[in-house]
Design a protein around this ligand. Structure first.
Ligand SMILES: [Zn+2]
Length: 288
C-alpha cells in the first residue's frame, strides 16, 4: 500500500505528471472477436452430456470436449465458485494474469480464458452471463473477477497465527484434481492455479487499492456459460466463503452447492476451428 505520509516531497510538477492520460496496455481490437451469433446458434438442440453437483466447501472435476459447452449454475443459495481450467492432457493451464491484461478485471460474455505461455490461446470463451446486468457498482465492484487468486491455507496460516484450515479453494481444487487423475496431492498441488472467481463480487478500494469482496448478487438460477475451444479438464470449488460477504477460510459462512452441466451441440458452431498454439517462434533472440 502507498504510505499515508510519504517520505519524499512531491515535485513542483507533480500535478502535471499525474494528469497524464492513461492508455490501454493491450488493446484487443486486432483480435478476431468470437462469433457469438454462431456460438449461440450452436446451442439450439444441444443435449446434456454430463452434470456434476459440487458440494459446499468441496471441489469436483469435469471434462469438456472441444466444441462443447459447459455452464455453472447457482443452486439453493448465493455461492461463489473458484474455477481452474487445464487442457485435457494437463499441459496447458488458465493464465488469469494475462486474461486480466487482455480483457480487464472482471469477465463476461465474449471474453476468453487464455492459456499460459507458450501456447497463449483461448481455452474457453464465455457465451452467456446472467449477471451481465450488474456492470460496476458504486464501490467499483463487479462479478467474475480475474484479480483474486484463490483462498488458500498458506495465506490463512500467515494471517491467523498458525491456523490450519483444509477446505480453502486451493485445497479443494488440489484434492479434486488428485482424485480425478489419480495423482498424489504433491503432484496435483503445483498444477492448481489462479482462478476465475465465478459469481464473486470484488474490486479494489479507491483510497488504498486493497482487494475487497462483498456479498455476491448471484441468486439460484444465475449461470455463467462457456464454450470449450480445446479438450478441457475443469475443476470448480464451492468456496468456503459462501457468497463471500463476510469471511472465508473457515466453516462459518453459509455455503451452497454449485451445478456444472456439460452440453453437446448437434453440430459444431459454424466456422469454428480449435485455436492453434501461439505462433511466436520461441527463439527469444538467442544467437543475436
Ligand atoms: Zn475460496
Amino acid at each position: 500500500m502507498k504510505p499515508q505520509n510519504p517520505q519524499h516531497a512531491a515535485p513542483a510538477d507533480a500535478d502535471v505528471r499525474r494528469a497524464v492520460e492513461p492508455v490501454i496496455c493491450y488493446p484487443v481490437d486486432s483480435l478476431a472477436p468470437p462469433d457469438l451469433a454462431a456460438l449461440r446458434a450452436a446451442r439450439e438442440g444441444w443435449q446434456p452430456l454430463a452434470q456434476v453437483l459440487v458440494p459446499a466447501r468441496q471441489a469436483r472435476c469435469f471434462e469438456v470436449p472441444a466444441g462443447h459447452f459447459f455452464r455453472i449454475t447457482s443452486v439453493e443459495g448465493p455461492q461463489v465458485g473458484d474455477l481452474n481450467l487445464w487442457s485435457a492432457d494437463l499441459s496447458e493451464r488458465f493464465y488469469s494474469g494475462k486474461t486480466r491484461a487482455l480483457h480487464g478485471t472482471h469477465l463476461s460474455t465474449g471474453d476468453r480464458m487464455w492459456s499460459g505461455f507458450p501456447t497463449l490461446r483461448p481455452l474457453a470463451t464465455i457465451t452467456d452471463d446472467s449477471l451481465d446486468w450488474y456492470g460496476f457498482d458504486a464501490f467499483g465492484g463487479s462479478v467474475h473477477d480475474v484479480i483474486g487468486t484463490r483462498c488458500d491455507p498458506y495465506t490463512h496460516n500467515l494471517l491467523s497465527d498458525g491456523g490450519q484450515y483444509h477446505h480453502c479453494c486451493h485445497s479443494n481444487l488440489t484434492r479434486a484434481l488428485a482424485e480425478a487423475r489419480g495423482l498424489s496431492l504433491a503432484e496435483a498441488e503445483p498444477l492448481v492455479h489462479d482462478v476465475l472467481n465465478v459469481f464473486m463480487c470484488t474490486g479494489f478500494t479507491r483510497d488504498t487499492g486493497q482487494y475487497f469482496m462483498k456479498a455476491s448478487p448471484v441468486r439460484p438460477g444465475d449461470h455463467l456459460e462457456f464454450f470449450a475451444e480445446i479438450d478441457l479438464l475443469g475443476a470448480l470449488s464451492a468456496c468456503p466463503g459462501g457468497d463471500c460477504g463476510t469471511v472465508h477460510s473457515s466453516d462459518s459462512a453459509a455455503c451452497h452447492p454449485l451445478l456444472v452441466e456439460v452440453f453437446q451441440p448437434l453440430s459444431p458452431p459454424a466456422g469454428w476451428q480449435p485455436p492453434r498454439p501461439n505462433n511466436y517462434d520461441r527463439s527469444h533472440g538467442a544467437g543475436g
